[in-house]
Write a protein that binds this ligand. Structure first.
Ligand code: GDP
Length: 441
């Protein structure tokens, strides 16, 4: 079923060690020939000089894995060489010339999935681990990799299968078996409730995974840029420019206590008659409304002004924190924000209080990281389809439709659960998922 593939599995560049992987039926033969070892113990490290066409290719350590006890589930070899760019390419070249083909992106992990070593959810979590930019994303991804989510999905599956069995027996033997509608209704409602909670928490977990979006808003000169720069400086900025549609508004990413925040700039919100400017302002307001949390910066040298009032009209419906800035030189704290946190973006004064306030404002999102979740958009969408089918089953049951109508809904819900976990998949779906991976993974 599988051919033999190979790839450099470490990043291309100069490093201490590089890794070349070979997977498939010919992997052991190819490697044994290159390192001149005939009998191998599996999972043991051998030291050898690799030779090809009479030339030394590299000095390597090499490990042979026997199917099914490998990352992919196939016979697999890992070769650890000196980490130079040229030398690593030479190792790969020797392997390819000996009969392997260059692997596609994510092909090793795809093989692990196709061999049933991991579910699709686990494969996706491997990608998430590699991509994780914060400790919380890592934690969420490891939870899924350990298989907790897959187990939960299996649990929903078996409960729905039981319900289906009960319904179908009654369809096949209508005279002998009567359906206990109340019981089925209760069982389905319980599943529906659990799915609601799971979806709600998963949405938060998805936010955590992508980064909590924090907007900084305030009138000109209130100190927004200074605050942003100080936050980036204090909380180790991770990236300051991410490709994507929102590129022009994203200003930076920070970690506060292992929680990932994406900071967006929504500058320029003010009253205007200028048509062109007002289009820009509308865009800023949209960004603001999408934010999970808003820092509303007030200037303590001017106090709360008309300009602030205009911005406050937009901010007050959102999850916002008022912040008095420039407290090193001002003390004009008026209006209802008298008790708001008082900082100096210039000196960093009271930043710890500001940060703990930020964390507590998004505590519901953070708490969602405590259990297992679906953490990709694909997974969430499939889970929502599962729920829709369960809801439809409940509705049809209540409306007194024939039980076979209900059984169709349950079957559809089961099919979606299979899509979620990868028991059912299309080549297109696999291509989409694994093409995000790097070559060699
Ligand atoms: P923005 O227009 O809201 O982005 O404001 P800026 O960050 O550009 O700041 C406007 C001016 O206020 C600059 O000269 C900053 O140095 C100054 N500034 C900002 N924050 C503070 C602060 O906490 N204390 C003092 N003394 N000056 C500040």
């Amino acid at each position: 079923m599988f051919d033999t593939i190979a790839a450099i599995s470490s990043p291309l560049g100069t490093g201490a060690i590089s890794v070349v992987r070979i997977d498939g039926p010919k992997s052991h033969d190819i490697a044994k020939k290159l390192v001149k070892i005939s009998n191998v113990d599996y999972r043991r490290v051998y030291h050898a000089f690799m030779e090809f066409e009479g030339q030394i290719v590299d000095e390597v350590n090499i490990v042979f894995y026997k199917s099914p006890n490998s990352y992919t589930g196939n016979d697999l070899v890992e070769i650890y060489g000196h980490g130079g760019i040229l030398v690593t390419r030479k190792v790969l070249e020797a392997v390819l010339k000996s009969g392997a083909r260059l692997a596609e992106r994510g092909e090793f992990t795809k093989r692990a999935f196709l061999n049933g070593k991991i579910s699709l959810v686990q494969a996706e979590s491997i990608y998430q681990i590699i991509e994780a930019k914060s400790e919380i994303s890592l934690k969420l991804s490891f939870e899924n990799l350990k298989g907790k989510l897959s187990e939960e999905i299996e649990n929903y599956r078996s409960r729905l299968l039981n319900i289906l069995a009960e319904i179908e027996v009654s369809i096949d033997y209508p005279d002998d078996m009567e359906v206990d509608f109340d019981n089925i209704f209760n069982l389905l409602s319980k599943i529906d409730q659990e799915l609601s909670l799971k979806i709600e928490n998963s949405k938060k977990a998805l936010t955590l995974n992508k980064g909590i979006v924090m907007a900084i808003v305030g009138k000109p000169n209130s100190g927004k840029s200074t605050l942003l720069n100080k936050l980036l400086e204090e909380d180790r900025a991770i990236v300051t420019d991410i490709p994507g549609t929102t590129r022009d508004v994203i200003k930076g990413e920070i970690d506060i206590n292992g929680i990932h925040f994406v900071i967006v700039d929504t500058a320029g919100i003010r009253e205007t008659d200028d048509v062109v400017e007002s289009i820009g302002i509308q865009k800023s307001i949209k960004e603001l409304e999408k934010a999970d949390i808003v820092l509303f910066v007030l200037d303590s040298t001017t106090g709360f002004t008309k300009e602030d009032e205009y911005i406050f009209e937009k901010v007050k419906k959102l999850n916002y924190i008022p912040v008095w800035n420039k407290c090193d030189i001002g003390n004009n704290f008026n209006k209802e924000f008298k008790d708001a946190v008082k900082i100096s973006a210039l000196t960093g004064e009271s930043f710890r209080s500001l940060e703990s306030m930020i964390l507590s404002k998004v505590s519901d999102i953070i708490e969602s990281g405590e259990s297992s979740h679906v953490i990709t958009q694909r997974q969430l969408e499939v889970l929502e389809r599962v729920k829709r089918n369960v809801e439809s089953a409940i509705f049809n049951l209540k409306s007194g439709y024939e039980v076979d109508v209900v059984s169709i809904d349950i079957r559809k819900a089961l099919e979606e659960l299979d899509v979620l976990i990868g028991k059912r998949f299309s080549d297109d779906l696999l291509d989409t998922i694994f093409s995000n991976f790097c070559v060699g993974k």
